[in-house]
Design a protein around this ligand. Structure first.
Ligand SMILES: NC(=O)c1ccc[n+]([C@@H]2O[C@H](COP(=O)([O-])OP(=O)(O)OC[C@H]3O[C@@H](n4cnc5c(N)ncnc54)[C@H](O)[C@@H]3O)[C@@H](O)[C@H]2O)c1
Ligand SMILES: [Fe+2]
Length: 385
């Protein structure tokens, strides 16, 4: 096995107010003429896709729009977006939104150049050609999909989420402008922020962690600890929103290169099976998966390190897990999987699918099926109050 370690991020990332306008100029200067905007109905409703569309049109570009991406985007969303792209002979893609819009845009851009269907690319580096160039404007903090090489698409019939991990889907330019996030409602701020915390924790205990991903993960935890609850309480808090932009990006740098673990492997199944929000699934599962991971000596030490970055007074894996429960309570996260509507009778199937999800491979312990079911049971029965 090769011992070479790769580190993947977009070639350019823009941060701060005005970054969207800057990105539009870059698209024009790179010579693109016919961009496709990929977004969702919520972003269309708040006028953000119209705003970006106007900025692009003002530069003389011919803009097409696909704005029907649903949360946990489906294969149908990919096909429908691709039809708009082909009908208008688009030469670049601009995604606006959270993980769902970016993932859909990545899948559309990948199939546009490689052909076939998106399920052909499930797994790691299955494509041959670069995607159409993707410019990603992030509006949640977040999945970090605006900068990762991951695309998560729901297979409607199988009710599972496919993880497509492919260097060719990395966006060319990632944009994090806090002004796009001031209006993000508290519940979405909480869910997407917990997704970012999960990325930090899973990347830090991952068996593929390295000193670069460690630095990113720990700084991400610091910023989330400092700013997530503040952004949840006051969406207009500019410093908190800016910190969360950097935090989710750092978390993305960490997991894009160290990968994830069983929190995501299970959360993907809950999202695909019950259409539950990704960040909420992660928030509920995170402390429970770590309570199983702490049996691994290295993971135990690493969780203890995280406890300090989460402001615990005692350095231990248990303290880190308690801090996560505490943050969940402060953000009004559901207590357990039962409150989320998960059914006991589905545990077997969910465990089977989670064990096939590519994200589980770097978890500190490769759990057997009965252990995955035990995690589900613990997360189902947990009562924080
Ligand atoms: N590709 C990756 O690297 C990666 C990583 C983690 C998660 N994901 C995937 O990302 C998806 C979840 O993405 P998400 O949590 O960002 O949510 P989302 O993209 O599904 O958006 C949720 C809702 O928030 C609304 N919204 C987004 N930004 C807003 C804003 N600024 N103001 C008001 N409303 C806004 C949207 O319109 C939508 O209704 C899941 O499918 C998950 O599997 C991908
Ligand atoms: Fe995630």
């Amino acid at each position: 096995m090769s011992s070479v370690v790769g580190f993947y991020i977009p070639s350019v990332s823009l941060f701060g107010e005005g970054a969207v306008e800057e990105m539009v100029k870059m698209i024009k200067n790179k010579g693109f003429k016919r961009p496709l905007i990929v977004t969702d109905p919520g972003i269309a409703k708040i006028g953000l896709s119209d705003k970006v569309s106007k900025l692009l049109s003002n530069e003389g570009l011919s803009v097409s729009v696909y704005d029907q991406t649903q949360p946990n985007p489906s294969m149908k969303n990919v096909k429908d977006g691709l039809n708009v792209l082909n009908a208008n002979i688009c030469d670049a893609v601009v995604s606006i939104g959270g993980g769902s819009a970016h993932d859909n845009a990545k899948a559309i851009a990948l199939v546009a150049t490689n052909g076939g269907d998106i399920q052909d690319y499930e797994g790691v580096n299955k494509s041959q050609k670069n995607s159409l160039p993707l410019f990603a404007i992030n509006t949640t903090a977040g999945t970090a999909s605006e900068m990762t090489r991951f695309t998560i698409i729901t297979h409607e019939e199988k009710k599972t989420k496919m993880a497509i991990i492919d260097n060719n889907v990395t966006p060319v330019v990632a944009v994090n402008d806090p002004a796009t996030m001031f209006g993000l409602p508290p519940a979405l701020t909480a869910a997407t922020g917990m997704d970012a915390l999960t990325h930090c924790v899973e990347a830090f205990v991952s068996t593929a962690a390295n000193p670069i991903t460690d630095a990113c993960a720990l700084k991400g935890v610091d910023l989330i600890n400092e700013s997530l609850i503040a952004a949840f309480k006051n969406g207009q808090d500019k410093k908190a929103r800016t910190n969360m932009c950097y935090a989710e990006y750092l978390a993305g740098m960490a997991f894009n290169n160290a990968s994830l673990g069983y929190v995501h492997a299970i959360a993907h199944q809950l999202g695909g099976f019950y259409h539950l929000p990704h960040g909420v699934c992660n928030a509920v599962l995170l402390p429970h998966v770590q309570s199983f991971n702490k049996e691994d000596k290295i993971a135990n030490e690493r969780l203890a390190e995280i406890s300090i970055h989460l402001g615990a007074s005692e350095k231990s894996a248990e303290a880190a897990i308690e801090c996560i429960h505490k943050i969940n309570r402060a953000l009004n996260m559901p207590n357990n999987l039962k409150d989320l509507g998960v059914k006991r009778e589905d545990f077997e199937l969910l465990a089977d699918h989670a064990m096939k999800d590519a994200c589980h491979a770097t978890n500190p312990i490769i759990f057997k099926k009965d252990e995955v079911i035990a995690i589900l049971k613990q997360a189902y029965e947990h009562n924080s109050n």
